[in-house]
Design a binder for this molecule. Structure first.
Ligand code: ADP
Ligand code: MG
Length: 469
């Protein structure tokens, strides 16, 4: 394949990954990347600009990349990353420009398919449909009500509130409803957002003094779908804004669909008036899938890939895998990769290996929206700040005095001091034995800068939000 073809291949893969990944993470991890090679045996090598990204992309997005790559080019049997220093800072034009993913080089794609994609609702992922949702006892109610609202949006169940644990299909149902309504009523304005999207947009609107426009935009929607509403907990300003949006839409019979990992009454720090709004329509819970449902899901997903996996193997996976359907899918994806790689039917033995790997941190729920219950410690702050700025934690501890490292280092110290109240001396020790006056200087500087430097303020806020501190 030529360089151009490899680049286009990567663009197509990125276009599929993009809707599944939080936008700022997407930019952080995939900027200045490209596909370096697709070998005859199906090994796809992704070039990354830093060694840190080389690890993180595989740790965080292996499953998504593999699945998307396979859809774009069925030959792909394995995905790997490779550090390619020339991609750093986009010096070389070989990297894909992730801000212009739609600009595929001429002559390389089926243009008609693309035009069709474009006409679809950009906030929805067409992968989620009612047809490919497998119904079991545990999700029957959720499925039925999500489907019901597509017949006559705003008239049947309003609001619709679907709740249940991570990876049980809430996002799938919400998006399927959105896709179905878009198909049936092309004129209706259907908008899907996570509550984090909603919050971020509001924060930006406030900073840029366009709250009025923000309101107008939201109030012109016919079907508003907000995923993971539990993240509005604690966010007082956002709750007030959402309350008014909710009322305006509700009063004009516009459909509202919400999801949460728990019922409204269990969302703490939620205003009572919002809680009672959430409860006044239809509430449906999704329970963890029973063994039979898991087997059925595995069977259908294997068939979708054109794969025949024995009943014993499917049952073995269902028995040994947790309740999270995303993890079930992850295991299956790995099994498929293995089959295609070795050209052998999976055995209990090979599946056991994959399951062992899957239950270790590697494949564990990589869901940016998953609730973080654990208390934050300084390592969390360090790791997140490093991740946010796309540098390695070691650089934060080191002595490099480049601005790209100094600012994140200072922000990190600031957050540890303000949020965890660590003594200056201790922070100095954490950061490679620095003097406490150096730490004090850093903390004071950030405290001052957040009042005048929008970028610093935004970084601090986003990191805090990610850490829920
Ligand atoms: P949640 O939003 O509840 O965390 P998701 O909707 O993201 O969960 O589901 C996780 C993954 O499992 C998605 O890829 C989704 O398509 C798949 N999935 C969940 N439930 C089902 C189901 N009943 N049938 C088919 N796929 C499912
Ligand atoms: Mg979800």
């Amino acid at each position: 394949m030529s360089n151009e073809e490899l680049k286009d291949l990567w663009k197509k893969i990125l276009l599929k990954i993009q809707p599944q990944v939080n936008h700022s993470h997407f930019i952080t991890w995939f900027k200045n990347t490209t596909v370096l090679n697709l070998e005859d045996d199906g090994v796809l090598t992704i070039g990354t600009p830093t060694t840190y990204a080389t690890d993180m992309i595989m740790r965080k997005y292996k499953v998504e990349i593999f699945r998307a790559a396979k859809e774009v080019n069925s030959k792909v049997s394995k995905v790997q990353t490779s550090f390619e220093p020339s991609l750093d800072f986009g010096k070389k034009s070989d990297a894909v420009d992730i801000n212009h993913l739609n600009s595929i080089s001429p002559g390389n794609i089926e243009k008609r398919a693309r035009a069709k994609d474009k006409a679809m609702n950009p906030t929805l992922n067409p992968r989620y449909t009612f047809e490919n949702f497998i119904v079991g006892e545990e999700n029957r109610l959720g499925f039925a009500v999500a489907k019901a609202i597509t017949v006559n949006p705003g008239k049947t169940y309003n609001p619709l509130f679907i709740y249940g644990g991570v990876g049980l299909g809430k996002t799938h149902l919400l998006q399927a409803a959105g896709n179905e309504i878009t198909k049936k009523y092309p004129k209706k304005k259907v908008v899907y957002k996570t509550s984090e999207n909603f919050t971020n947009e509001l924060v930006e609107a406030i900073q840029e003094r366009r709250v009025k426009k923000f309101r107008e935009n939201y109030r012109a929607i016919d079907v508003l779908i907000i995923d993971d509403i539990q993240f509005l907990a604690n966010k007082v300003r956002t709750q007030v804004e959402f309350f008014h949006t909710f009322n305006t839409l509700y009063d004009s019979n516009k459909q509202i669909v919400l999801s949460s990992d728990r019922p409204p009454r269990e969302i703490s720090d939620l205003e009572d008036r919002l809680r009672s709004r959430f409860e006044m329509g239809m509430m449906a819970d999704i329970q963890a899938p029973a063994f039979e449902t898991k087997v059925a899901i595995l069977r259908v997903k294997a068939q979708e890939q054109g794969l025949l996996v024995g009943q014993d193997i499917l049952e073995y996976i269902a028995h040994n895998c947790g309740e999270n359907i995303r993890e079930l899918e992850g295991v299956l994806t790995q099994i498929i990769a293995e089959i295609e790689h070795t050209n052998k039917a999976p055995s209990i033995e090979s599946v056991t290996k994959i399951l062992n790997r899957a239950t270790s941190a590697d494949l564990k729920v990589n869901d940016q929206n998953a609730p973080r219950f654990k208390a934050v410690d300084h390592e969390d702050i360090i790791n997140f700040t490093a991740e946010y700025f796309n540098i390695s934690p070691n650089e934060l501890f080191g002595t490099v005095r480049k601005k790209e490292v100094v600012v994140p280092r200072q922000i990190c110290m600031f957050l540890i001091r303000k949020e965890l109240d660590y003594p200056l001396e201790r922070i100095g020790e954490i950061f490679g034995g620095r003097n406490h006056t150096t730490v004090m200087h850093a903390v004071n500087k950030v405290a001052k800068d957040i009042n005048s430097d929008k970028l610093i303020l935004k970084s601090v806020n986003l990191i805090k939000k990610e850490l829920r501190i």
